[in-house]
Design a protein around this ligand. Structure first.
Ligand code: KG4
Ligand code: ZN
Length: 381
């Protein structure tokens, strides 16, 4: 079965072609970073307008590159949620139009299910070569941070999740506070390369709580406090007189933001390195607890923050020491892409699942709603 996948849940337009025997045939991604950078964050209206411009040409380019005709496609899958509703609607409308015009099976995919199953992509859809099930998944993206027990397609038990900011969001807000640009994760990672991770003692939120939940908003406040201290007395006074935090100041103004003046490159590097280590250590602490509590020994890390090189090596080192195995999708499949949507949707299409063309986009869609199957279905079956 040859499956077209479309992803447009946030600020990346993705298309992919996945085949049940051969695995991923190809995928393309168009990032809107340049459009949103001047605002310091994703502007939903601009995101959906750009998806409209990109999705059809991108699909045609992919099919051309793979020398595939429309008649060779056997099914259409698309991210149906969670995400920005205007952006989701663009991908959904195009996917429905293709399915209707070609009379193809159609399926709306849960974006997080795509992330959870992404590691399987690199093994031609046969996850058992790398990640035998069941496993613990740590999903760390811009909108979500959660730990889940994964025992098959649609078999997810959420073990814990963030109570406020997601880990990626904390990276983005930290970058904004320090005037590092957008998207924040890669910028913080870049600045951290030459920084000292022990320079600033930052909290490891919630590690003293006996659960598997996370909280990252306090970490952002701690970063803000260090930035305030590092700024000049005059600039700090400006900040104190402001009733709002810098990340609510509207259009991104870079160095014009009073908080950013007076911050040295050394300070930025050291604070980024300290922040990155605090996030990595907190995520590892809870992941290790999840492994111990579930009795499983394989951890899969997915989502945009999983592309962070420091986090990857931190997890690999600590997992090896503790006797666990950790697996990451390659960075291109950690961040948003349509390959994971074509794969996850393809698994469900193969099992005979279909959606009607009246399927709605869902801005919110709890992962738990997917876990309603009685019998586990193994990936690739
Ligand atoms: O999974 P993703 O592409 O989109 C969502 O579903 O949210 O994740 C995007 C998030 C952003 O917050 C971005 O800053 C973060 O992943 N990110 C990173 C890195 N690359 C992307 N965070 C830390 N280090 C990175 N290298
Ligand atoms: Zn994502």
């Amino acid at each position: 079965m040859r499956v077209l996948g479309i992803e447009s849940s946030c600020d990346e337009t993705g298309v992919a072609l996945w085949e049940s025997q051969a695995g991923l045939l190809g995928h393309r991604i168009y990032s809107q970073t340049a459009i949103h950078a001047r605002y310091g964050g994703v502007v939903p209206e601009l995101a959906s307008r750009d998806h409209i411009r990109r999705v059809a040409p991108l699909t045609e380019a992919l099919l051309g590159e793979l020398d595939t005709s429309w008649s060779e496609i056997d099914g259409v899958t698309v991210t149906a949620g969670p995400g920005l509703v205007g952006s989701l609607l663009v991908g959904l409308s195009v996917a429905k139009a293709i399915a209707f015009a070609r009379c193809l099976p159609f399926l709306g995919v849960h974006h997080l299910e795509g992330h959870l199953l992404a590691p399987a992509l690199e093994f031609e859809g046969r996850v058992d070569q790398a990640v035998p099930e069941p496993f613990v998944a740590l999903l760390v993206s811009g909108g979500h941070t959660l730990l889940a027990r994964v025992s098959g397609v649609g078999r997810y038990r959420v073990l814990g999740q963030t109570l406020d900011d997601a880990a990626g969001e904390a990276f983005d807000k930290t970058a904004k506070l320090l005037g590092l640009g957008f998207p924040g994760g890669p910028a913080v990672a870049q600045w951290a390369v030459h920084g000292d991770p022990s320079a600033y003692p930052l909290p490891r939120p919630m590690v003293d709580r006996p659960n598997l939940d996370f909280s990252f908003s306090g970490l952002k406040t701690a970063v803000l406090n260090y930035a305030k201290q590092a700024g000049s007395a005059q600039e700090t006074a400006v900040l104190r007189s402001s009733k709002t935090l810098p990340d609510t100041w509207g259009p991104y103004t870079g160095e014009a933001n009073p908080l950013h003046k007076g911050l040295t490159d050394r300070f930025r590097s050291d604070l980024c390195a300290s922040f990155q280590e605090a996030v990595a250590e907190t995520l590892w602490f809870k992941s290790l607890r999840a492994l111990r509590e579930t009795g499983l020994y394989r951890l899969v890390v997915s989502g945009g923050v999983g592309a962070n090189r420091y986090l990857r090596s931190f997890f690999e080192t600590h997992a090896a020491t503790a006797g666990y195995s950790v697996c990451f999708p390659s960075p291109e499949f950690c961040t948003d892409n349509a390959a994971m949507i074509a794969f996850a949707g393809g698994q469900r299409l193969l099992a005979g699942e279909r959606h009607g063309l009246d399927l709605s986009a869902r801005a919110r869609w709890p992962l738990e709603e997917l876990s309603q199957l009685d019998e586990p279905r193994l990936l690739g079956d």
